[in-house]
Write a protein that binds this ligand. Structure first.
Ligand code: HEC
Length: 207
């Protein structure tokens, strides 16, 4: 999710870089943009600064403009899959009602969320249709309406949803969905609750 917040910031920074740091063609150089972003984070809380440092996967995605060649994509899948942790009792389904609240909450890691006053949310609705009764939702990701029902609530689908929320890049290298579990943004229990919201027969997503 922080990627979503960073993108507008980066754009604003890139635009405001303007003439002072512009290259010949009128575009700011990558170094100038990096410097402005770093300057912008000077007063930020220390735990924000880690966001300026790309991990290996982010570097590979940047270098390939999110289109890694097959060998690179396979390396990303392998590396990201290895970060996924599973509940010890093997139960991937939590409480769909709690999951519903989380799926609709965009709280967490925004400037106004410091110091944190409530749990982070999954912000799923910002990119996906879920409950068909919901009027407002984003379309960056595919519709998840009836996602569980269409897949007959099958166990492999439950596992896929858990893994995709925990770390979508394990199956979709350089995709646009945040790595909620691996980044530490959501806890394992929160992820289980959201899996139940997507995959439980009682959930409004599957009505
Ligand atoms: C920033 C946008 C964004 C957010 C937020 C987001 N997703 Fe996604 N999601 C995507 C995109 C884009 C895809 C397509 C594949 C990919 O890039 O991973 C996707 C794919 C998926 C899929 C796989 C769909 C399929 O084709 O089978 C599931 C399941 C899913 N998302 C669930 C969720 C849930 C649950 C949440 C909330 C915790 C969530 N997503 C939050 C963008 C997002």
């Amino acid at each position: 999710m922080h990627r979503l917040i960073l993108i507008p910031c980066l754009l604003a920074v890139a635009v405001s870089a303007g003439s002072a740091l512009a290259q010949k063609k009128g575009r700011p150089s990558p170094q100038a943009v990096d410097k402005l972003v770093e300057d912008g984070f000077k007063t930020a809380a220390p735990d924000w600064k880690v966001r300026l440092v790309q991990d290996e996967t982010q570097k590979a995605c940047t270098a390939s403009r999110n289109e890694p060649a097959e060998a690179g994509a396979a390396a990303i899948r392998r590396r990201e899959k290895a970060t996924i942790k599973y509940p010890e009792d093997g139960n991937l389904l939590g409480d769909w009602k709690k999951g519903e609240a989380l799926a609709q909450s965009g709280y967490g890691w925004r400037y106004t969320d410091y110091p944190p006053r409530q749990a982070n949310g999954g912000n799923c609705y910002a990119c996906h249709q879920l409950d068909k009764k919901e009027l407002s939702y984003g379309t960056l990701g595919p519709s998840l309406a009836e996602y569980g029902k269409i897949r007959k609530f099958a166990e492999p689908a439950v596992k896929f949803v858990y893994e995709h929320i925990y770390n979508p890049q394990a199956s979709q290298p350089c995709g646009n969905m945040p790595r909620f579990g691996t980044s530490g943004f959501l806890t394992m229990d929160q992820i289980k609750d959201i899996v139940a919201y997507v995959m439980s027969p009682d959930s409004p997503v599957n009505k």
